[in-house]
Design a protein around this ligand. Sequence first.
Ligand SMILES: [Cu+2]
Length: 204
Amino acid sequence: MRRLASAVAVALLLTLPGSVLAPAAAGQKAAVPPAVETQLGGRFSLLDHDGRRRSDGDFRGTYQLIYFGYTYCPTICPTGLETISQALDLLGDAAERVQPIFITIDPARDDVTVVRDYVRHFHPRLLGLTGSEAEIAAVARAYRVHRRKVVLEDSPGEGEGADDYLVDHSSITHLMGPDGKFLTLFPHGTDAQKMAAALESYLD
Ligand SMILES: [Cu+2]
């Protein structure tokens, strides 16, 4: 029964947005039952922040810390990416075995250049990925990342404001192993020390 209960909790965690509108995922446990592990992640083909096409296979042999978000995000994504950056710095040299990756869920605005300028703010090794709407939809689906466009109603003027929207989204950091398989996830609000300690246990 306990396993069933935690599977349900994880299913909820993955569908609930830990987002600008409803930061619901904070404080949840990162433990994930095996049944869920096998369902998370998968193949992708995206453009990196230098415009090169990258696929999941390019990261074999290295751990990947993957965060889905968007550059216009007011606070949630900056917090999540800051945490990842701090955790990597805490790891020291061992961090070289971890590739931090930011995947935009807002490809309409986050093109290669926008993503490149964004990732620079956080960590020199943070790799930004974007792609077509179809490519992003596919990778978000594979990682069970919720995203929903929210148009701001107070934007002035008719016809304006097509770009004036937020994207309600899951704020979860996925850890994938050197074989590309899902290892664990870190909910929004995980502190950097905790993330670094968890990473260390996987790297040993
Ligand atoms: Cu965000």
